[in-house]
Write a protein that binds this ligand. Structure first.
Ligand code: RP5
Length: 173
């Protein structure tokens, strides 16, 4: 039986964006959120991008993550085709190190929002978390997994602080 649970569609402008987007996939996998990953380009495959968004929505996509570098219009092009939430990830590609993609992704006209995260790998991970948080609004088990992940994150920071204090103590003695 195929899985019919709501899913997150991750689009990237090029397969060269995959090292950045892998973090979003890993976060969603760890939180047991179904996702699929496709290459679609606002500029190079505009018609296939439109078709994919309509098809993904019909199959149960509830959040889109769209990532691109340079003159990054993919997230906006996706947002133009759906009222599902769209999270934009600016990719650090090209000589402007992602600042071009950040502005292209974030500066949307009123009425067509794109929730834009940070440039690069941290942004991609946060896109995964944000998409999961959106799904968790109607999924208590996922909300619990997100809370546990936050608690584990906090424990890890405190453990690293304790390790640091031990090293500093050893140096002083
Ligand atoms: C963007 O151009 C893509 O999202 C990618 O970040 C960048 C370079 O693409 P390739 O030339 O590597 O395919 O559209």
């Amino acid at each position: 039986m195929s899985d019919k649970s709501p899913f997150v569609a991750i689009l990237m402008g090029s397969d060269s964006d995959l090292p950045t987007l892998q973090g979003a996939v890993d976060v969603l996998d760890a939180l047991q959120v179904r996702c699929e990953l496709r290459v679609r380009s606002a500029h190079r495959t505009p018609e296939q991008t439109r078709e994919y968004v309509a098809d993904a929505e019909a199959r149960g996509c509830v959040v889109f993550i769209a990532a691109a570098g340079m003159a990054a219009h993919l997230a906006g092009a996706v947002a133009a085709q759906t009222t599902k939430p769209v999270i934009g990830v600016p990719v650090d590609a090209g000589p402007l190190k992602g600042v071009d993609a950040l502005l292209s992704t974030a500066q949307m006209p009123a009425g067509i929002p794109v929730a834009t995260v940070a440039i690069g790998k941290s942004g991609a991970k946060n896109a995964g978390y944000l998409a999961a948080q959106m799904l968790a609004l109607s999924n208590p088990a996922l909300a619990a997994r997100l809370r546990e992940e936050r608690a584990a994150n906090a424990r890890s920071v405190l453990e690293r602080d304790e390790a640091l204090q031990r090293r500093l103590g050893e140096r002083a003695s």
